[in-house]
Design a binder for this molecule. Structure first.
Ligand SMILES: Cc1cc2nc3c(=O)[nH]c(=O)nc-3n(C[C@H](O)[C@H](O)[C@H](O)COP(=O)(O)O)c2cc1C
Length: 177
């Protein structure tokens, strides 16, 4: 059974200095009282999706991903755009969730961290793929927070208190959904 106040944070970037990871680190720190956030960090370990392995006994990293989703009441995604769409590694993560309906009916939102006028392709693809997963998209919690070039604190979180407030609101909307 998922914990009603737990939000799983999924990043689409493997880059060490990632702005999407900075957004999710900030969300983790800004979680309001009563909301627990869990950062998923297994993206690099996931094998390429193969329907033959999409069973009740999948590879260990896939089982860990599915358990993390199952334990969460809601999901918050922050992913870059690569070549007009999602990064292949993140689409691969989502592919592992389709057949087993892990995200089905799970309140889900995303933060688009791209600069103004950019990142629409990733957002459009994310919406389309999430519809296949059966995720329940929480529209008011899907926001844009341009993260590139923003000042970060020593822990790599965005320093701007307004961003922290915005992310706290996103998390509240997700657990209330
Ligand atoms: C291979 C590659 C392709 C990219 N393609 C796009 C793109 O199509 N549209 C876009 O807005 N940004 C594109 N970008 C820019 C990234 O989305 C941007 O640098 C983003 O901040 C990277 O996220 P990260 O900081 O979390 O790693 C691309 C970057 C890379 C490395």
């Amino acid at each position: 059974m998922p914990e009603s106040s737990t939000v799983l944070l999924l990043s689409g970037s493997l880059r060490a200095a990632s702005s999407n990871n900075a957004v999710l680190r900030t969300a983790h720190a800004a979680a309001p009282a009563g909301v627990r956030t869990v950062r998923y960090d297994g993206l690099a370990e996931l094998p390429h999706f193969n329907p033959d392995d999409d069973t009740d006994a999948p590879p260990a990293p896939v089982a860990a991903l599915r358990a993390a989703i199952a334990d969460a009441a809601a999901v918050l995604i922050c992913t870059p755009e690569y070549a007009g769409t999602l990064p292949g590694s993140f689409k691969n993560l989502l592919d592992w969730t389709v057949g087993t309906a892990d995200i089905n009916d799970k309140p889900t939102a995303w933060v688009n961290a791209a600069n103004p006028g950019r990142g629409q392709g990733a957002e459009a693809t994310l919406r389309s793929v999430l519809e296949y997963t059966g995720a329940r998209i929480v529209e008011p919690a899907c926001v844009r927070i341009a993260a590139g070039g923003r000042e970060r604190d020593p822990e790599g979180r965005i320093a701007d208190p307004e961003v922290r407030e915005q992310l706290a609101k996103v998390l509240t909307l997700l657990v209330e959904a």
